[in-house]
Ligand binder design. Sequence first.
Ligand SMILES: [Zn+2]
Length: 455
Amino acid sequence: MRAAIYLRQSEDRLDDRRAIARQLADCEALAERAGCTVVGTYVDNDKSASSGKPRPEWDRMLESLGRNEFGVLICWHTDRLYRRLRDLVDLVELAETRSLRILAVNAGDIDLTSPAGRMLAGMLGSAARYEVEQKSVRQRAANRQRAERGISIWTRRPFGFDRDGHDVRIVPAEAKEIRDAAKKVLAGHTLASITRDLNGRGVRTTLGHPWTVTALRRVLTNPRVAGRIVYNGEAYGDAPWKPIVQPAEFDRLTAMLRDPKRRLTNDTRLKHWLSGALICEADESRMYATIAWTRTGTKYHVYQCKKCKRTRKLADVDALVEGVILGRIESEDVASLLGVKPDVMELQAEVDELRSRRDGLAALLADGLLSPDAVREQAQKLGHRIDVLERSISRALGDSPVADLADAPDVRAAWSELGAKQRRAVAETLVEIRILAAGKGTRFDPGTVRIEWKA
Ligand SMILES: [Zn+2]
């Protein structure tokens, strides 16, 4: 009887090559014991059968089988024969019209011409598949170990970092941007303003995209910037690299940024909510709160233009703008200002899931379970979906301080509880206010305050 030997090594390591030589000898011995003449030997090198990569020798072997050049297929172990059920299907289809016997050095022989043999082969195929899955479990465990040792496992280079081989190094120019942004957040700047500044200066993400509030928040809240290793939410201690942001600073930063209502935290330095938000219509300069005195020596607050010194009584402007804004928020069309508010927690959970799936791609690639092209395609798909979701999240919280207010059962009661910075955020989202020249007389004229809606 004529026989073919098929062997496969999963990795081109020296010891594996030795193993192949041993396996070949075992198979030849088996052929001799079974009284077969070996007419062909097929060895696929360094190709993982489960990755879907081409296996030229496997294909050649099937072609030879198709030409009835042999009736016995000898392998060392059936799991070395077909790691995918697809391979098994190809083999079974060919074998069905022939009388193919499979002899394995390390597993029972399989007669693919009998139903029992095909069932056994199917089970062995599933067993092989199970082993592949176990392998990816082991891969995840290996990732964890790498995380513990401080080795990065990112699929896409994080801003501020790069690697030399397995060693993570800091990219100084990007680290400086991170540090500056962190300082600004701690000083009360909004992520939106920092994002605008980055984009204005042409600073790009590691993918070459303009910054978004969400992307910036993600960079600033990642423990790696504080020199900490966290993998799947678990802390693994200090990283081998130096912190870009000092850990104490980082903790304050994340406390601020992770709070969805962070725009609604009080900033004691801002006493008057429209200070710096008003624009003097005469010269487009900002107007700030300051103190003035009546002729009789009574102190009161005014908003004053930095340039031309135009002033308007603070209490009057505040009351007017407040009335206009709350009137709008209470009205129904505020929903159109904000868009539909999705369930943020649900969106975030989905983003986390997609993100961990994307991280998992690196492991599948490393393990040869996916080809680089397949990984790229999957990563792009996942990345696109993540971007879409994050924009929704951004709209739902980070970028619309009005949302919480609009959601409150009693808008005015909610407003009365807001501090100056919170009110300011609401005003800046909704309106642009210009102070026109005052008419004659001392009476406040609401017509001299021009309120324009941003949306
Ligand atoms: Zn002015």
